[in-house]
Design a protein around this ligand. Sequence first.
Ligand SMILES: Nc1ncnc2c1ncn2[C@@H]1O[C@H](COP(=O)(O)OP(=O)(O)OP(=O)(O)O)[C@@H](O)[C@H]1O
Ligand SMILES: [Mg+2]
Length: 405
Amino acid sequence: MNLPADNPHQDPSPFGLYHHPADASAGEWNVSRSERPHMYRIQHRRANGETHIDTVVDLDNLEAKLHKWRREGFVRRESGMAKKEPALRTSFISDLRATFAPKPEIADSLADSSASMALVGRIPMPRGAGGPLVPPVNPAYLFAARSDNVLLDIVENRRILLIGHTGTGKTSLIEQVAAQTNQGVLRSNMNGQTTVGDFVGFWTVKGGETIWVDGVLPTAMREGLWLIVDEVDFAEPAILAVLTAVLEPGGRLLLKERGNEIVAPHPSFRLFATANAVGSMGQYRHLYQGANLMNEAFLDRWRVYHIDYLSREDEAQVLQRTFGPRVTAAMAETLASIAAACREAFTREDLASAFSTRRLLDWTDLMLRTGDPETAAGPTIYSKISAEDATLIRSIIQHHIGPEG
Ligand SMILES: Nc1ncnc2c1ncn2[C@@H]1O[C@H](COP(=O)(O)OP(=O)(O)OP(=O)(O)O)[C@@H](O)[C@H]1O
Ligand SMILES: [Mg+2]
């Protein structure tokens, strides 16, 4: 019998009641899903209704039991739950589809195509107030479909944590949305010298007067700026504690140092964080030394998006948009394929270093100046990695580029 181990919802389903049509005194066996993954619960109820066996077995064991019962003359009479389940499952999705719609306030703002809105990729978003902190627009930036939900979350004022390998496009996504919507951004990198004072604020003496200087967090909150906390997995606990307080929707900041002043968030304030190795990226922590584990309570306060590398097609497009006609479609495709092959080698753990979009763009840039991929790969790739990795990447490059023709 071929029982589906991972998805016991499919037919043939083992779930249900097994009875003996010719011998009511044999009682009934009931097979149901166990709370433990890939395990099954077996119960035997005697004819008098008393359950005297109640055990959890694995798939092999279950198959042996089913075989034995069948030999003894038991047949399945589907239990109420087993009968109901498929119908419930189908109706869940159709119910959801029937009620699914953007929240009314978002739908209103999306429908509003007035000058207060900017179309970012496919998503209309409210415009910001402008100012010197608006990042410059990168005309080559591609809003891939993967970012649609992030953009809608920004409109909804969610806290957004972007995780992914280095150079996949976490920071630039937020910056480019800000650039397109004319929204000022502050960035604070936690992997360095950022102190609680920089983040929250501090007292200082100026012209004989003691004055308070807001840190980046209260500045962004008061002025309606977006704050990107880069490499949040390196932040010191005191900063995480402050951050947690403002993660709740409408969360306020209590400035203890300033006599418990309360800072309420401006409606345009948004909070973002990026990290390389938290949550589902935790398996790569060894590559990002010094990164801290983020606890579940902290992660639960964010929408956590995994930003992977761009698809080969999208990355080829980015190359062409960045360098214009100097990079032909065929060149772009080859370069994107090299990056993809290096990433596959990285996933197989044949390579210890990731191949970022940043690295690909920089290599291409230098290649266009030197006219030689190998020379250009020196300062942009090989010098940054181990000799073994360089050898493998060189062979991947040569395989794709081929000899001079
Ligand atoms: N969709 C895109 N379109 C155009 N360029 C992109 C896109 N995504 C990423 N890039 C480019 O890739 C480079 C790296 O992106 P970014 O700095 O955002 O990566 P990151 O994920 O924040 O990396 P790190 O973890 O190292 O901070 C940038 O030069 C950016 O312009
Ligand atoms: Mg970044």
